[in-house]
Write a protein that binds this ligand. Structure first.
Ligand SMILES: Cc1ncc(COP(=O)(O)O)c(C=O)c1O
Length: 386
């Protein structure tokens, strides 16, 4: 049934898949561990940078050394540096590389990797290719990239999250591929028994939705992406900010926070906490210059997928299940929070206290939001959480 959905969503030639009772990161680890037996000499994984901890940890946990390929800035977009990937393969030697680990769905201004070109490179050097398609099933563009990659080059496996694509609780993923025997090999690597809950959840969801129900959700998501994008553009214009131009990202959008960032170092993170306390739980603010060390590797500009992205910004996404009223509510709350922060700027130049201000309207809105949740009316997640 899940294979049917994967084909319907755009990867028409996928030959098999299975549901794993682990989330995306651990499922990627399982793929890498399976490849280890085929490539005993290999110790590196080539990885175009994506600032999501579990992606990085999936390689470390499997015992490999990630070789981080920095993205290139093209306009506002961060894109795969294909020349750097090929140069690294030549430098390290193809037999020492376990695989290329690419990513489709990601937060803007990073855009999906150039999966097709990477697949061609992998075929040329006979290197396996594992694609992290975490929340890509819901986007025909992400699925098309995988289909094309497999047609013109090499893709060994692609991994997607159950909760992000099928609105079920966290804890499952789907590993799919184009070779029955390789997908079976991965499934045999799983040691021991597991909970049946993820399979049961997805079975119940797909039985109740049917193919037409799922298709309808895909269509609505796409329409809401256009709507969210136009509403954010309007808001950006009013506030002298910019909706970053990221046409290759079909799910996530980024709104510049230049004036807030210039106001004070902490204003951007304060906006994030304001939104969170107003039940906008998935919006991600990305300040400038955050460094983070993960397993000994230092990521400069962490969260922005780049060492020095030119501006601070806020992410919003149109995820499956989204409704027009979710977008309207989000824009209203974001507008309010941004204006509050701007007002603060004129009152106190140094540290904004905007996060602490709660108006009666906010309380009424929160009560309304809670009421909706309890009545099961807001079944959808407005935004994808990190
Ligand atoms: C691109 C990407 N990959 C992997 C993950 C991790 O997913 P999981 O929590 O299912 O391991 C996320 C989570 O947001 C993600 O955005």
């Amino acid at each position: 049934m899940v294979l049917d959905i994967i084909r319907l969503a755009g990867v028409r030639t996928a030959s098999s898949c299975f549901v794993v009772p682990m989330a995306t990161g651990m499922s990627l680890t399982l793929c890498f561990l399976t490849l280890r037996h085929k490539r005993p000499k290999a110790k590196y994984i080539i990885w175009p940078r994506i600032d999501q901890k579990s992606c990085f940890k999936s390689m470390i946990t499997a015992g490999f050394e990630p070789v981080v390929i920095e993205n290139v800035l093209e306009g506002d977009e961060l894109r795969t540096d294909l020349d750097a990937v090929e140069a690294k393969i030549t430098e390290l030697g193809a037999e020492n590389i376990l695989c290329v680990h690419s990513t489709t769905s990601c937060f803007a201004p990073r855009v999906p990797d150039r999966v097709e070109e990477l697949a061609v490179i992998c075929k040329k050097y006979e290197i396996p290719h594992v694609v992290n398609n975490a929340y890509g099933v819901q986007s025909s563009k992400c699925m098309h990239l995988i289909q094309q990659g497999a047609r013109v080059g090499r893709i060994d496996a692609f991994v997607q999250s159950l909760d992000k694509n099928f609105m079920v609780p966290v804890g499952g993923a789907v590993i799919a591929g184009f070779s029955d025997s390789f997908v079976q090999e991965i499934s045999k690597m799983y040691p021991g028994r597991a909970s049946a809950s993820p399979s049961l959840d997805v079975l119940i969801t797909l039985l109740s939705l049917g193919a037409s129900g799922y298709n309808k959700l895909l269509k609505e998501r796409k329409e809401m992406f256009v709507y969210l994008s136009s509403e954010l553009k309007k808001l950006a214009k009013e506030l002298n900010e910019r909706l970053l131009e990221t046409p290759h990202n079909p799910i996530s959008l980024a709104l510049s926070l230049t004036s807030l960032s210039e106001q004070s170092g902490s204003a951007v993170t304060q906006l994030g906490s304001m939104l969170f306390t107003r039940q906008v739980s998935g919006a991600r603010v990305v300040p400038l210059g955050t460094s983070q060390t993960i397993n000994g590797y230092v990521f400069k500009g962490f969260m922005s997928h780049s060492n020095n992205y030119p501006c601070a910004y806020l992410n919003a996404a149109s995820a499956i299940g989204i409704k027009k009223q979710d977008v309207d509510m989000f824009i209203k709350r974001l507008d309010k929070c941004l204006r509050l922060c701007k007002k603060e700027k004129h009152l106190a130049k140094d540290e904004p206290r905007c996060a602490q201000q709660t108006t009666e309207d906010d309380v009424a809105e929160l009560a309304q939001g809670l009421g909706d949740v309890l009545q099961g009316e807001t079944a959808s997640e407005l935004l994808l959480s990190g």
